[in-house]
Design a protein around this ligand. Structure first.
Ligand code: FES
Length: 308
């Protein structure tokens, strides 16, 4: 197969020019498009194997362009170039089926590394990391590598790297720990012992919404046990587990530092005080209204059983 044809899409000419310079120096065939609209026009006239696109662009943005490519030209590989690689953005793009992403501003070596992986994809060979794609997609691996490279020389870098890794991947499975150990040049056992020691690190996947229930003394005295039981029974999971649809996880913590509001529960970053089982369900149901419906259906069933 001839070298793949690459289209670089960005609303900043300087980004297109610098990517072109790097990729052309390695013999790739490259063209640029100043925005999503121009990209669609060019893709109608010529065929490309890979598209590297920015996300934030006026008129036709990157996500719209990706959706269009997936619908009309599903064989074209897509890589995103973004200056804002938040987990949500990456997640959305991954769900649309991108191969990888390049953080902006990029260095020539990162761009070439990602391009090489993307080219492998177009040739039908899965890149090494894709073997574990289910739990650790390549785009997340690239971001993790970037974080490791940025922090590894700093003293005490392991904990900040693990924190960032957990933000990127959502949890720290063995494959992630292994990559960190390799990247930081330290034994895997050292990484594993730090992950197991600190309760804020988790090796199990978390749901989209993490429910932290305080089991500290003040909350316990004010009845958090009943709140926790209600949440567990409703979501049908125990502390440390995630619902099957990956929507919710429950975590138990010792004092959230808001004892005056006891009993306390935190969902994601939001703290809720003076919780009762009913109030807790109401708060959780803002993320999934069916929770209240199924809880009241169960309650009605229970009452009917008692009456019978
Ligand atoms: S004991 Fe629950 S917030 Fe302090």
């Amino acid at each position: 197969m001839a070298e793949p044809k690459i289209l670089i899409v960005d609303d900043e000419l300087i980004v297109i020019k610098s990517a072109e310079r790097v990729l052309k120096s390695e013999g790739y065939s490259v063209e640029g498009a100043l925005g999503g609209r121009e990209a669609i026009l060019k893709m109608g006239q010529n065929s490309f194997d890979l598209v590297f696109t920015d996300l934030k662009m006026p008129e036709v943005d990157g996500i719209t362009l990706i959706r269009w490519i997936k619908k009309t030209k599903p064989d074209v590989g897509i890589v995103i170039i973004t200056g804002y690689p938040s987990q949500d953005t990456i997640k959305e793009a991954l769900e649309l089926g991108i191969i990888d992403y390049v953080p902006k501003p990029f260095t020539p070596s990162v761009l070439l590394d990602v391009t090489e992986r993307a080219v492998e994809w177009t040739k039908g060979k899965k890149p090494e990391e894709a073997k574990t794609a289910e739990e650790f997609p390549p785009a997340m691996a690239a971001e993790l590598d970037r974080v490791i490279a940025q922090l590894k020389k700093k003293p005490g870098a392991l904990i900040p790297v693990l924190q960032r890794a957990q933000e990127i991947v959502g949890y720290l499975p063995p494959v992630v720990q292994k990559r960190i150990a390799k990247g930081m040049n330290i034994p895997e056992a050292e990484v594993h012992s730090v992950v197991s020691f600190y309760s804020f690190f988790t090796m199990k996947p978390r749901g989209d919404h993490n429910i932290r229930v305080c089991l500290g003394t003040a909350c316990y005295v004010k009845g958090i046990e009943g709140v926790l039981k209600k949440i567990q029974d409703t979501l049908k999971i125990n502390v440390g587990e995630t619902t099957e649809d990956r929507k919710f996880s429950i975590e138990a913590v010792r004092c959230l530092g808001a004892c005056g509001l006891a009993p306390v529960m935190v969902i994601d970053q939001e703290t809720y005080g003076a919780m009762s089982p009913k109030k807790a369900l109401e708060k959780i149901s803002q993320f999934d209204p069916t929770i209240i419906e199924s809880a009241s259906a169960e309650q009605a069933e229970e009452m009917a059983e008692k009456e019978a």
